[in-house]
Design a protein around this ligand. Structure first.
Ligand code: S3P
Length: 428
């Protein structure tokens, strides 16, 4: 589906983001592993979380929804049922990788597959530690489809070469099903939603720097989980309101987990006028919340260090767009992980910004953007990647003339109402 958008307007009003995608996956998966009932309020509406939901249904987990509330009955310790068909994670890396961890510890045989994009993404980084724990995970060339024969696992003390919350979560989830302790050490702290959510289910992980340890064999008790607004979705709005003259935007109750909001630090260094108002922590969340109040500002170039990347991994495309409107040369260092996302986002960002007339190039694993540049409307293809589609729509709102984004329906992956909400808030 093509979506068109034109420049020359400003963003006004109060908006609420859809539920956080990462937290939603974890709430469903931990709920499925627990004994008893789990209630989730504000589950993310996108297709990725639906993929997890459907896989869990196929594994025998009853899940129902009513209004804003989802209820599931957990199957408890190693209680997942062998599915009759291959599980399809569709476009969702989080579904596939986190479920690999859970399935490794359940005594069943499963096959996990996905769409063309997911079948191109690396899965060996998850299979390797799980196989060391005693699972039998096989695949071709390190890519899905993945076959998992799960069973009794032993704990592991794993030092990961990549800072990946998906790998970390897979190992920790398997660790819960092992009989002793499992530790995961990462080079830089990646998003810690799994660690924060576990205490709601009665399990308290130990943390020591970048090492986290869980004790296996314990009972997870059903919990009530509140899902905050998605910080990654908010990033598109924050950048747009920072750059559209005359904007005045209020985003309510966004998740403000420090491992997710690196983009706010980068924008602050660029001179953005974003005020953060912390709201009272919500009891069932385990996650901090904040309101964001955004006004436009003149931005200056920024240097983003490789160590900052895990904290803003999904926000690089929209931050690079901000850099194209900032004075000076911006450099984002150490972006090799972006090549393994829903598309090759490193090449994709440079191509997208160039299509809008910006000066962006890839140097090794770095992205270099020189600004400020006047963006010109373009006709671009999303490449089927939701975050690239939303970046292109925001670029269209900043550009002179009318922009068309082809294959824009992929925004459904994380933010199905993005186009409607965004164009409604854009005013003359
Ligand atoms: C996610 C972790 C990140 C992120 C993805 C969601 C998660 O991936 O890019 O959108 O929910 O754990 P990596 O762990 O592969 O960096």
């Amino acid at each position: 589906m093509n979506r068109s958008i034109s420049g020359g307007r400003r963003l006004l009003g109060k908006v609420r983001m859809p539920g956080d995608k990462s937290i939603s996956h974890r709430a469903l998966i931990l709920g499925a592993m627990a004994e008893g009932t789990t209630g989730i309020e504000g589950l993310a509406p996108g297709q990725d979380v639906r993929s997890t939901w459907r896989c869990l249904l196929a594994l025998g987990v009853p899940i129902t929804s009513r209004g804003n509330r989802v209820t599931l009955k957990g199957l408890g310790w190693r209680g997942l049922k062998e599915p009759r068909v291959a599980l399809d994670a569709e476009n969702s890396g989080t579904t596939m990788r986190l479920l690999m961890g859970v399935l490794a510890g359940n005594p069943i045989l499963t096959e996990l597959t996905g769409d063309d994009s997911l079948r191109r993404r690396p899965m060996e980084r998850v299979a390797q530690p799980l196989n060391l724990m005693g699972a039998t995970i096989t695949m071709k060339n390190g890519r899905a489809p993945v076959t998992i024969r799960g069973g009794a696992l032993k704990g592991i003390d794993y030092v990961s070469p990549v800072a990946s919350a998906q790998v970390k979560s897979a190992v920790l989830l398997a660790g819960l099903l092992a009989l002793d302790k499992t530790s995961f050490t990462e080079p830089v702290l990646s998003r810690d939603h799994t660690e924060r959510m576990l205490p709601l289910f009665g399990i308290v992980p130990e943390r020591e720097g970048f090492k986290v340890t869980v004790t296996g064999g314990l009972y997870l008790a059903g919990a009530q989980v509140f899902v905050p607004g998605d910080a990654s979705s908010a990033a598109f709005w924050v950048v747009a309101a920072s750059l559209l003259q005359g904007s005045d935007l209020h985003i309510v109750e966004v998740g403000a987990n420090p491992t997710r909001i690196g983009f706010l630090d980068v924008l602050a260094r660029m001179g953005a006028a974003v005020r953060r108002r912390d709201t009272a922590p919500v009891k069932e969340g385990g996650e901090p919340l904040a309101d964001l109040l955004v006004r436009p500002a003149a931005l200056t170039a920024v240097e983003v260090a490789a160590a900052e990347v895990p904290g803003l991994i999904d926000e690089v495309p929209i931050l690079a767009l901000a850099a194209s409107r900032a004075q000076g040369v911006s450099r984002f260092r150490g972006l090799s992980e972006l090549r393994h996302k829903e598309s090759d986002r490193l090449a994709g960002i440079a191509a997208l910004l160039t299509a809008f007339g910006a000066d962006a190039r890839v140097e090794g694993d770095d992205l270099v953007v020189t600004g400020p540049c006047r963006l010109k409307a373009a006709r671009v293809d999303s490449g089927g990647d939701h975050r690239m589609a939303m970046t292109a729509l925001v670029a269209g709102a900043l550009a002179e003339g009318e922009t068309t984004v082809e294959r824009a329906e992929c925004v459904d992956i994380s933010y199905p109402m993005f186009y409607e909400d965004f164009t409604r808030a854009l005013q003359a």
